[in-house]
Design a protein around this ligand. Sequence first.
Ligand code: FAD
Length: 350
Amino acid sequence: MPEQYVVLGAGVVGLSTALELKRRVPAAHVIIAAKHFPGDRSVDYCSPWAGANWMSTATDNGVQEEWDAETYRRFGVLADTVPEAAITRMDLKAIFDRPIEQAEVLSQVTGKIWYDKITGGIRPVPRDSLPEGACFGLIMSTFSVNTQGYLAWLSTQCLQAGIEMRRAHFDDIRRAFRDIPSDAYFNCTGLGSYHLKGVEDKTVYPTRGQVILVETPKTPMKAMYFRSPRRVDNDTTYVFPRYPTGGVVLGGCRLDNDWSGEVDETLADDIMRRCCALAPELGKPEDLKVIYHAVGLRPSRIEGPRVDSETIDGSLVIHNYGAGGTGYQSSWGTAKYAVDHLLDSKKSNL
Ligand code: FAD
């Protein structure tokens, strides 16, 4: 009998984990079992609603920086060689309204921005071109991820690799143990880990985000824009052009412990006003052509992402959930780390 593994969840974390697992254990039969798959639109499925880009929030001088670095490297390969993955190399102009020591961009250990080197050198925004109220700005080479295109590509990669997909909603992880016998289970259920019996991690909480997809403006957009008091803050504004299918994502907000999936129209107007003030290519708020408004609940966790393993009722469970606002930019790193856990546990059982 070949080894069999189940990945619970088909967001960016589950799909990346399944692909990494199949790459490193090619003979294994891998099954993704999930309530939602790419193409579904639900407030309970965060991945389609992300901005999304890569700008690390890690400052731990440790494993979180490693996860993001690994993903930056893999995004680079995809952007340069796989156009259908819908990842585009692009500059990001980031403006901060607090002094750099208070903006939470510096490593807690080195006092430097750790990703300066891997991004090819971060440049300062000239002081005389900073908007009123800003303290400093950075320009870095990074990636814009067209989430619809990327999730579809990940899903196709899984099918081509022979990974099976099964629609299933488990109220209890132990039902997965009974229904789909497996050598180990990867728990990539995001915010679902709050409710999933057998896990029920009550340190998981939603961080509500609201975005607007608008038509591609007449003036081509060559860069992403970001403005915020700190790297992670409630009052964050961002403008992420999407290629190849175009459109521009406008955001945002970060509202902790808010489970509402309803669009707040007043907030939407405010986001459009802030984005137009930040990105001149967009023109005036009244000129924007809205395709849709959306709400996404980031799967946050008090202590940050959980990537570890435990035994539940005799089954090995490797957790990879709680990515909060970083699920894309850390995806390949946490997937690698989760699969390392499996391979380490196999070695120690020899
Ligand atoms: P999800 O995408 O929510 O997937 C969870 C999966 O588990 C789904 O398939 C679901 O159906 C399944 N599931 C849950 N419970 C069960 C169950 N009981 N039984 C079966 N299946 C279950 N990240 C970045 O890196 N960069 C960004 O710029 C960025 N911007 C963002 C902007 C916004 C507005 C939002 C909302 C998020 C943003 N994020 C960004 C965060 C990113 O989207 C998330 O971290 C990521 O999508 C989480 O992925 P996930 O796979 O863990 O969860």
